[in-house]
Every structure is written in structure tokens, then in C-alpha cells.
Design a protein around this ligand. Structure first.
Ligand code: ADP
Length: 713
């Protein structure tokens, strides 16, 4: 087996660099003004005047640096392209990095805060390009025999994915990729891991690395493709000779028509629960999912599920009540929740926990969580994230029950007859469908990833990043509106205060709960960090630049598994002392040191005279090294949506149910009111997903029993 260390691809200047500059893409070009030219470093090293380029992996793909160097070793021009970098983060850092390389006359420049991936790529590529100018030979790989594509053998390539390195191992014959193994065990379960599971078949079938990235998992897909190219180039492959195979370039679509009892739109937690319940009630069910994988925002839920009066609480001696659950939810929701829905959720929550037990998805670990009077949040025994845990088990159950999921298939329109919903139109990759159904369940999630819709309802949130999955674009709300559905609380959008802006990665509340503080760019605290999400978010937006840093120490890192993920993603800045950390963040070291020593004194006194914080003060921040993550508020949950009643029937603008149409989960409004309690999203999807599935099945029974209820054909 050969090692795949050749991460830096070298080559002479690419025309693409200047082209991208002309096009104004994520590219800059900086020249040294003659009068500002620093003295050349040394002619002794035998520099060859010319333009040299090299690339290295950035956040989303390769970053290329082209250096024009004169005979004295002086860098006179720097051009950097990184079209795959996030425009507002890595892309925005590129001009600064170009200026720095020119000023430093080398690749040894500072990392731009918040753009670590891009900065490191520029550093590596600039250093490699400069080496070439010194006459370093461009690495020439081995070549296959004439007419062959590869030197047969087994090769391994590596590249950085979302959660760490991804390794691709290929077995090659003279002209074929015979076997391909992808190891990406650090990728996010049920998101990046789907790329790891699905791209191998796509590549093997196409016999080219130039395949479409998996929608929604572009970082993982990009890393797999880069690692594969690395392995193939070790086998002497000419990477420029591979064709590009795009899913979108497929042939003519067929039109298919089908008849089912229940069609569920969306394979998130609510949709899968509804599908399983309807199937358990004996109905013929199908699920449509617009992404190539299931899970939606449900996969991202890390906490647990709130439920009251459960057998787990009883076994653990925890006292709680349905009434208290209702009261806590309505208080947190600023008293605008739909009380009937909240009561229904609380009353059915214990039964929902039993049902999860019955399908092999137990949530036995019960603890406290923000906004709950009693220990009420139920999580998996092994501490894993509740969302990914449930999605995996729901998928297994759907497999056992043989419920078909049509992936890559987007529902586009609800079909109606005489005011009743009688089916769905959907578009797949190879076919368009007309699906006639007794009942339709909308479980398409919220609209956190539809910027137009967000701005339409909340213009103040223009440009705010989102933690929502790519498929969460409000389709269900729009489809329901088109058939007369009423919307409730639609402008109620929850911001999460600790979202890393480059990766949209949510920094779990537990970091603050375990003792982290927030400081602004001036190195000062500005709020009780454990106030409700909306309050902390608003506090951050008032700070210079509308962002903050979350600061923690080694003790906190050691105690919280989630932090390793942030570290391997490259978003954590580290300093051996608090002053060293401050310097990296461009904060005055003395101020940050003072803030920290004040905080540690407050922890010792169990009294925060500045902001009155009372929780997350079990331990101070005094164990080096120290860490920081730059964060700002991100759109987290759209609490409003389609109006439903306690039977999960969709209500129209006149207050009447729309026959045949049910909805559950984030697509609906009313349960969470003006502020969602952590743990209530999962309660909502499991309870109301179940209610929707059961009632959709019952509606089909009613239609069968009394055909005159059916709309006239
Ligand atoms: P919930 O938490 O309410 O279950 P999720 O966000 O977990 O919602 O899941 C919603 C799912 O619906 C996602 O997987 C998303 O891709 C899917 N979806 C959204 N719009 C459509 C559509 N038009 N057709 C099919 N699936 C859709």
C-alpha cells in the first residue's frame, strides 16, 4: 500500500487564476508597488524569475496561490483563488491573506480569525510555490504503461472532511477502479456519513472522480473526491482526462401515477413517525424525501426529548407532572402558544416514550434542561445525540415494515378535489409522479434554510446564518398555503446564540452550562451567558461587529465530548496562556486576563456582581491551555407554520379542517409559541408525527366505510 501524503499539488501558474480574478470570483491579485519593495531576501538561493503556483485544501476545496517572484527572490505579485471557500468567511479572508503574503514576503502569515482552513491552505500553498521559485523540482509522479489509465495496485489518499480526515483506498487494475473503500468515521452521523456511504457506488459506476457532490454534504463529498484524486494520481492517472458525470444530465423523465392510502412528505422525525404509525394501522404508506437521505433537522438534535410522567422518571424517583410540563412550555413560549396543542403534547409524551421503547429507540437518561422545572429531558443511554439516534432507528423500523422512501423526490403541489386533499405531485430525478392518496401528511420541516422566506417574514434577519439542514426550505408551508391553510406565529423565529459562522456549526449549550463565558472583541463579558437563547442572541448583536467569543479551558474541554468535534473541524483557537489566546483573537491581552481573573473570583464567591449569572459556575476557567470559538447568532428553529388542531388536521383560513390533509413537526406552528424550550422539538415530532399518522390512517378507514365522504371524482 502506498501512502497518500502528497497533499500539496504543485504546478506552473494556472490560467484559471487570472481568469477567476477577471471574473471577480473568490480571487484576488496583489502586486508590490515598486517604491514599497522591501529588499530582496537573497539571490544566493538561485531563484528563477517567474510565476509559480501551488494548491492546498481549504474549507470547501482547493485554494491556489500563484506567486510572481523576481531573480532576487522577491515576491512581486500574489494571486489567490479559492472559489469553493465560504464567500463570507474564507472567501472574505482571501484579500487579507494576499496582502499579508506580500508584506511578509513568504507564506508564514497569521491565520485570519474564523477562517482557519482557508488561512492554512494559503500558508501551505504559498510556501510550496515559493519553494518552486528556489528551483525545487516539481514532483513528477510515476506513469502507467502506454494506453493504460493506472499502474495497477492499491492506493490510499487522504483529505480533510467535516469532522476530521477522510481516507479513500482504491484497488486499481490497468484501466478500472475495481474496489473503493471510504473511511470517514468522523463525519456527522446521518449527514456526512451518507456521503461516505453513497459516493462509493456513484464513483464506481461512473469510473471517474468527477461526480456530483451529495446534496447537503458538500464538505464531506469534496474531501472524498480530493482523497480519491490523490490516490489516483499516485497510480499515475492523468486527472485532466477523466469525464464529468452529472446526475442532472440524466435522460428523459418518465411520468408515473400511483394510488396509496397515505403519502407522507418529508423523512424527518415527524414524517417517519407518521409513516410508521400509519403503517402500523395497516395502511399502504409511502414517504417522499427531497434529499438523497433522511433526517432533516431532526438529525441535528443533540439534547433529548421532553416528556412528563414517564416510566423512566418513575423508576428514577423523579417527580413531574403533565400540568408542570404545560406550564413550563407556555411560560417559555411567552404565553402565545396554542394551549390545546401544548396540553396534547404533554399528555401524550409518556406514551410516546413507551412507543419509542417498542421500536427499539429507548431514551432512558433523564436530566434537567433549560426552561424545565423538573428533570424531564430524555436521552439515549450512551449519551449520543438524540436526533441521529432516532433517525437511525426510525429508518430501521421503516425497513422492517417495508415502507418505501422515494429519495431525491420533491413534493411540489397538493392535489385537491372539492376542497379535500386527494394526493401529491412530485418530481424525482428520473420520474415525475402523480400520487393519489386517501390522506397526505405534511412533515417537511421549517423554513430556516429559505432566506427569501425568512426575510419576507423577518427582514431584520437578512444575512443571518442558519443551522437548518439544506432541505428545510418551507415547501410544506407554501404548499399548504396554496390550498387555503391558515398560518400561525409565522414570524416567530428562534435564534441560537452560539453558532460558528463559517461552518454554521452550533456550539452546544452545554459548553456554557459547564462554565464557559462569552466575551466581545474588547475582551469583556456583556451578559449572563445562560439567559434564554433569544436574550443572549440579542446581547451579542449589540456588541462590536455583532459577534462574540466563547472562552473555555482545558478542564472544560476534557469533560465535554462535543468539543473534540469542534477542534477537529478547525474552528477552535488555542493559547497556552490567556494572554496568548487574546493575541490570536486580536483582543488586548491585559483586558482578557482581567476578565478571566474577575470571572474566576465570581465563581469562587458563587456571586456574579456584574451580570447576576447563577448557573454553570461549578468550576472556574484556570486550567491551560485556553480556547476560544468565534460565534454569533444563527437561525435555529422556525416556530410558526401551518395551523393544526389536536388531531393534526390542517386548519384553513376560515377555521375549518382541510379534509385529507395532516401536518406535524416544524412545518406547523402553535406548539412553541414565541420561544422553544430545548427538548420540545423532539417531543413535538414524536407526539404529533404519531397523531398525524394515526389520524391519516383513520381518515382512510372513514373514506372506505363511507365512500360518500370522498370528494366526487
Ligand atoms: P421535523 O423535525 O419536523 O421532522 P425535519 O427537518 O427533521 O422536520 O425533516 C423534514 C424533511 O422534509 C427533511 O428531510 C427535508 O429534506 C424534507 N422535505 C422538505 N421539503 C420537501 C419536499 N418538498 N418534498 C419532500 N421532502 C421534503
Amino acid at each position: 500500500m502506498k501512502s497518500g501524503k502528497k497533499k500539496i499539488v504543485t504546478g506552473l501558474i494556472a490560467l484559471a487564476v487570472s481568469l477567476a480574478v477577471l471574473l471577480g470570483l473568490q480571487a484576488v491579485d496583489r502586486s508590490l508597488p515598486a517604491e514599497a519593495a522591501p529588499a530582496a531576501e537573497a539571490a544566493a538561493a538561485g531563484f528563477q524569475a517567474g510565476t509559480y503556483s501551488a494548491s492546498a485544501d481549504g474549507f470547501g476545496g482547493p485554494v491556489t496561490v500563484a506567486l510572481t517572484v523576481d531573480g532576487g527572490g522577491r515576491i512581486t505579485n500574489v494571486a489567490i483563488t479559492g472559489d469553493s471557500e465560504t464567500p463570507t468567511v474564507g472567501g472574505a479572508a482571501i484579500p487579507t491573506l494576499a496582502d499579508e503574503v506580500l508584506a511578509a514576503q513568504s507564506g508564514d502569515v497569521d491565520v485570519v480569525s474564523g477562517a482557519t482552513f482557508t488561512s492554512n491552505a494559503v500558508r501551505a500553498a504559498a510556501a510550496a510555490a515559493y519553494e518552486q521559485a528556489k528551483g525545487a523540482p516539481v514532483e513528477e509522479g510515476p506513469k502507467p504503461a502506454d494506453g493504460n489509465r493506472y499502474i495497477p495496485g492499491t492506493y490510499t489518499g487522504t483529505s480533510k472532511g467535516f469532522g476530521g480526515d477522510i481516507t479513500v483506498t482504491v484497488v486499481l487494475s490497468e484501466n478500472e477502479i475495481v474496489k473503493l473503500t471510504i473511511d470517514g468515521s468522523h463525519e456527522t452521523e446521518n449527514i456526512g456519513s451518507f456521503a461516505v456511504d453513497m459516493l462509493d457506488d456513484r464513483i464506481l459506476e461512473a469510473q471517474t472522480p468527477n461526480v456530483d457532490a451529495l446534496t447537503g454534504a458538500t464538505v464531506s463529498s469534496g474531501a472524498i473526491i480530493r482523497a480519491l484524486k490523490d490516490a489516483l494520481s499516485q497510480a499515475g492517472a492523468d486527472l485532466s482526462a477523466f469525464p464529468t458525470v452529472s446526475d442532472a444530465s440524466g435522460g428523459i423523465k418518465t411520468y408515473e401515477s400511483m394510488q396509496v392510502d397515505v403519502v407522507v412528505i418529508g423523512a424527518g422525525g415527524a414524517g417517519m413517525t407518521a409513516a410508521i404509525k400509519a403503517k402500523q394501522a395497516g395502511k399502504n404508506v409511502i414517504v417522499l424525501e427531497k434529499m438523497p437521505y433522511a433526517g432533516g433537522n431532526t438529525t441535528k438534535a443533540t439534547g433529548g426529548m421532553n416528556a412528563a410522567e414517564t416510566h423512566y422518571q418513575a423508576e428514577q424517583g423523579i417527580e413531574d407532572s403533565v400540568e408542570q410540563f404545560v406550564a413550563d412550555t407556555i411560560k417559555a413560549g411567552h404565553y402565545i402558544n396554542d394551549e390545546a396543542l401544548v396540553t396534547m403534547m404533554a399528555e401524550l409524551s409518556a406514551r410516546a416514550i413507551d412507543w419509542l421503547d417498542s421500536i427499539g429507540a429507548p431514551l432512558p437518561k433523564v436530566s434537567f434542561s433549560g426552561g424545565a422545572t423538573n428533570k424531564r429531558i430524555h436521552a439515549p443511554a450512551d449519551g449520543s445525540g438524540v436526533g441521529a439516534f432516532l433517525v437511525t432507528r426510525f429508518l430501521n423500523t421503516m425497513d422492517e415494515l417495508q415502507i418505501p422512501v422515494y429519495y431525491d423526490t420533491t413534493a411540489t403541489r397538493l392535489m385537491t378535489l372539492d376542497g379535500a386533499v386527494v394526493g401529491v405531485m412530485a418530481e424525482g430525478k428520473t420520474a415525475n409522479y402523480t400520487i393519489h392518496a386517501g390522506a397526505v401528511v405534511l412533515a417537511t420541516g421549517g423554513f430556516g434554510n429559505n432566506e427569501d422566506m425568512i426575510v419576507h417574514y423577518r427582514s431584520d434577519l437578512l444575512g443571518t446564518v442558519t443551522t437548518s439542514a439544506p432541505g428545510i426550505t418551507g415547501d410544506g408551508i407554501l404548499m399548504a398555503e396554496a390550498v387555503g391553510a391558515d398560518l400561525v406565529d409565522i414570524e416567530q423565529i428562534q435564534l441560537h446564540p452560539t453558532v460558528e459562522q463559517g461552518t454554521s456549526m452550533l456550539i452546544t449549550e452545554s459548553v456554557r452550562g459547564d462554565g464557559a463565558i462569552l466575551v466581545n472583541q474588547n475582551g469583556k463579558r456583556f451578559i449572563d451567558e445562560l439567559q434564554p437563547r433569544d436574550v443572549v442572541s440579542a446581547g451579542e448583536l449589540e456588541q462590536p461587529g455583532s459577534y462574540a467569543y466563547i472562552i473555555f479551558d482545558q478542564r472544560l474541554r476534557d469533560g465535554l465530548k462535543a468539543i473534540e468535534k469542534y477542534v477537529s473541524t478547525g474552528i477552535v483557537v488555542q493559547g497556552e496562556t490567556i494572554e496568548a489566546l487574546a493575541e490570536q483573537l486580536d483582543i488586548d491581552p491585559a483586558t482578557l486576563a482581567q476578565t478571566l481573573s474577575d470571572w474566576n473570583r465570581y465563581v469562587a464567591d458563587q456571586n456574579d456582581p456584574e451580570f447576576g449569572r447563577t448557573t454553570g459556575m461549578e468550576a472556574d476557567l484556570s486550567v491551560a491551555p485556553y480556547y476560544a470559538i468565534k460565534i454569533a447568532p444563527g437561525i435555529h428553529h422556525t416556530m410558526g407554520g401551518v395551523h393544526i388542531d389536536t388531531d393534526a388536521r390542517v386548519i384553513d383560513v376560515n377555521g375549518d379542517p382541510i379534509p385529507g390533509l395532516y401536518a406535524a413537526g416544524e412545518v406547523t406552528g402553535g406548539v412553541h409559541g414565541g420561544n422553544r424550550v430545548g427538548g420540545n422539538a423532539v417531543a413535538d415530532i414524536v407526539v404529533f408525527g404519531g397523531v398525524a399518522g394515526e389520524n391519516a390512517a383513520a381518515w382512510c378507514d372513514a373514506l372506505a366505510a363511507e365512500p360518500e365522504m370522498a370528494p366526487a371524482a
